[in-house]
Design a protein around this ligand. Structure first.
Ligand code: CA
Length: 186
C-alpha cells in the first residue's frame, strides 16, 4: 500500500505560542508522541517559517499572539490558498471567539486551559482527516473501477451513460475507502 506510517514519516507540527513555558511543554509532549516540532512565538515568525519551509503537516496556533490575532493569521493563510490543518488555542472561552476562529478557517479549536490528552487526541484526529484527503489526490488523481472513473482532482464520478452525483460526505468516504483499496502503482 502507498500509505506512509507515522513511524516512517513523522508528522511535522508548527507550534505558534508566545507563552514560553507552555510552548516548551507542548514541544516536549508532541516530541514524546513522535512528532517533529518547531516553535515560534509570533505571527511574523510563523509566517517566515511557513514561507521558508512547506513541510509542515499542521499548525497549533495560539489566538493571542504579541503581534497579531491568531484568527487574523489563520484567515490570511486561507486567503493565500494555504489549507494546512490548523488547531487554534484560545484563552477566550466565548462562543463568538470560537465561531470567528472556525470562520477564519481553523479546523479545530481548544480553549485554554486544556487537558494535554485532549490536545494530543485532537491533533491526531486532525492529521487523520487530512490524510484521508491528501494521498489519493497526490498519488492517484483518478481511479477506475470497472467502467466507472472517479476523478479526485475534478471531484467527479463518470460512468458511460450515467451521471453520478455525490454529496461531499459521500465523495470523502469514496476517497477514503478508494485510497484504502487502490493497489499501489509500484
Ligand atoms: Ca498568547
Amino acid at each position: 500500500m502507498g500509505a506512509v506510517s507515522e513511524a516512517e514519516n513523522p508528522a511535522r507540527l508548527l507550534v505558534v505560542e508566545d507563552e514560553r513555558h507552555l510552548a516548551a511543554g507542548l514541544k516536549l509532549n508532541f516530541e514524546l508522541e513522535g512528532y517533529q516540532v518547531e516553535v515560534v512565538g509570533s505571527a511574523r515568525d510563523a509566517g517566515a517559517q511557513l514561507l521558508s519551509d512547506d513541510g509542515f503537516d499542521a499548525i497549533i496556533l495560539d489566538v493571542m499572539l504579541p503581534d497579531a490575532s491568531g484568527v487574523d493569521f489563520c484567515r490570511k493563510l486561507r486567503d493565500a490558498g494555504n489549507f494546512i490543518p490548523v488547531l487554534m488555542l484560545t484563552a477566550l472561552d466565548k462562543t463568538e471567539d470560537r465561531v470567528s476562529g472556525l470562520e477564519a478557517g481553523a479546523d479545530d479549536y481548544l480553549p485554554k486551559p486544556f487537558e494535554l490528552n485532549e490536545l494530543l487526541a485532537r491533533v491526531r484526529s486532525m492529521l487523520r482527516r487530512a490524510d484521508w484527503q491528501r494521498p489519493v489526490q497526490d498519488s492517484h488523481p483518478s481511479m477506475q473501477l470497472g467502467d466507472v472513473v472517479i476523478d479526485f482532482a475534478a471531484h467527479e464520478v463518470r460512468a458511460p451513460g450515467r451521471e453520478i452525483k455525490l454529496t461531499q460526505l459521500e465523495f470523502d468516504l469514496l476517497r477514503y475507502f478508494g485510497y484504502k483499496f487502490v493497489p499501489d502503482p509500484t
